[in-house]
Design a binder for this molecule. Structure first.
Ligand SMILES: O=P(O)(O)OC[C@H]1O[C@H](O)[C@H](O)[C@@H](O)[C@@H]1O
Length: 507
């Protein structure tokens, strides 16, 4: 048996103790070990089942799974995405990584900054609106940033369109003046069907709106500049980034353009600095003090040792309402795999399903199941101490009070001897991330925390988190339906195609 397998066997023999009992017995010592502060965020795992024995077993797993050398390889810009033969250099975008890559990332950032300065200075005429078109990693990060931080900046109106459904584009441009709109086409590969179709329609919308040279108002954010050139984007308006930056890790590169222009360059730099602080912590801290690594231990405790198939995240802050969808891509596209990096079967559950919503709304919709359902679902609460509005402070005290109350209620439960329907089993785990405030620096650190937690989970499971072949088959079939390629569909699919299009879908 490999040393990793024998560590998993020791972990399998671990017996959880009630969270309340751990708190009662360990008291302040438990808070000292399981509550950490970094970059304006308080990370609290005290209401989980993680105990000293599990912690030391997981630390042993980190050793046997060579997390240290994987981490070193990540930051050194070595090939960690083995199936695609690539490095994963998102940290280099933040100045933490291989010197050459950091240098190149800085040069690309400078190019982006210069273009933004030119736009600010009127080189594109009057620009009021930025229409960012991208999907997946080329949209979710920028969307999260702008929704969280861009509510009051007022520099430009930024709209982010991803869905190929034309209704999304129509809604985005509804209040935009085509003459005063700059279109940013964001695509790492510059081959994504949805993005290129939306971009084409955006140009048509501009032409119909009287813009003589719509392409003159287009910039491209891509790791494939040649394709952008072929598409017709002028070379001077292409903002490249490195091929080694993964799509769902790319908001730090030129894919973050809407944030850099919408929030202003100093804010974008602060975002990068916040992430870099988390990078340094992750790179240098021992396992049992390492925030993303402890978080991964807790994830594995529930997914691998307690059979939890899902994990839930509730943002108790309207500004972070897009965090669950951002994390869904990061975690599920990275670690939702059945084979290890070497192609051998994973042999254990992969990453759980990530889902979630916004508090307090979710309390009135899905929390019933969290409190009394038969599923054990580890919950993560994310909240900020400083409110994002000027209304009566009762809004914020109620919001945060509810967040904290939910964690306590999940853990303590309540028995009603007369009525099982009114009994709460309790001992349900939660993690709380409490941000001092939502600003670029703190958000940068938070997102980098999630990236490193995802990476640590992957290494501990033996997964390559940087490829996503699972999305390709469906794309191929959609192309065949569109007449590209010849796939012979089954009878049920042909019938469905007939019902939708009046055709059989046969190539
Ligand atoms: O940036 P692009 O090349 O347009 O890719 C956009 C997205 O599409 C792909 O199918 C992947 O699932 C995502 O990881 C990626 O972020």
């Amino acid at each position: 048996m490999s040393s990793t397998e024998s560590t998993w066997s020791s972990l399998a023999a671990w017996q959880p103790r009630a969270i309340q009992a751990l708190l009662d017995e360990e008291g302040q010592g438990r808070l000292d070990r399981l509550v950490h502060r970094l970059a304006g965020i308080r990370f609290d795992w005290s209401k989980t089942h993680l105990d000293d024995s599990a912690l030391s077993n997981f630390a042993a797993l980190a050793e046997s799974a060579s997390l240290d050398s994987a981490r070193r390889a990540l930051f050194a810009g070595e090939i960690v995405n083995v199936t695609e033969g690539r490095a994963a250099e998102h940290t280099a975008q933040r100045g933490e990584g291989n010197a050459e890559s950091v240098h190149l990332a800085k040069a690309f950032h400078e190019r982006m900054r210069a273009l933004i300065e030119a736009i600010d200075a009127g080189a594109f005429g009057e620009v009021k609106h930025i229409l960012h078109i991208g999907i997946g990693g080329s949209a979710l990060g920028p969307d999260l940033l702008m929704d969280a931080l861009g509510r009051e900046t007022g520099r430009y109106d930024v709209a982010i369109v991803s869905n190929v459904d034309g209704a999304a584009l129509a809604e985005a441009v509804k209040h935009f003046d085509p003459a005063a709109t700059l279109v940013a086409i964001a695509s790492k590969t510059f081959t994504t069907t949805e993005t290129l179709l939306n971009a084409k329609s955006a140009l048509e919308w501009m032409a119909e709106g009287g813009v003589e040279d719509p392409l003159g108002q287009v910039i491209a954010l891509t790791a494939n500049p040649d394709k952008a050139l072929d598409w017709g984007v002028d070379e001077t308006r292409i903002l490249p980034f490195q091929e080694s930056v993964g799509g769902r890790y790319s908001l730090w590169s030129s894919i973050g353009f809407p944030a850099a222009i919408g929030l202003g360059w100093p804010a974008f730099e602060e975002l990068l600095e916040g992430a870099a602080e988390m990078d340094r912590h992750f790179r240098l801290s021992p396992w049992i003090e390492n925030i993303p690594v402890i978080a991964a231990f807790v994830d594995l405790l529930y997914a691998q040792l307690r059979g939890c198939q899902t994990r839930a995240l509730f943002a108790y802050d309207e500004r972070l309402r897009l965090l669950p969808s951002y994390l869904q891509q990061l975690e599920m596209e990275s670690n939702g795999k059945s084979v290890k990096a070497d192609g051998s079967p994973l042999g254990r559950p992969s990453a759980p399903v990530t889902w979630g919503g916004v508090g307090t709304d979710a309390q009135h919709a899905v929390f019933q199941l969290l409190h009394q359902g038969t599923h054990l679902i580890p919950v993560e609460f994310v909240a900020a101490i400083e409110p994002g509005h000027d209304f009566d402070e009762a809004h914020h005290t109620t919001l945060i009070g509810n967040c904290i109350a939910q964690g306590a209620a999940l853990m303590t439960g309540r028995t009603n001897a007369d009525d099982p329907a009114r009994t709460y089993p309790g001992d349900r785990p939660s993690t709380t991330l409490l941000l001092d405030r939502i600003d670029p620096r703190t958000l940068g650190a938070l997102i980098a925390f999630y990236e490193h937690r995802t990476f640590a989970n992957a290494v501990l499971l033996g997964i390559n988190p940087f490829d996503q072949f699972g999305v390709e088959l469906g794309k191929e079939m959609a192309k065949a339906i569109d007449g590209e390629g010849d796939i012979s569909f089954d009878i049920a699919t042909r019938a469905l195609l007939g019902a939708a299009f009046g055709s059989t879908g046969e190539a």
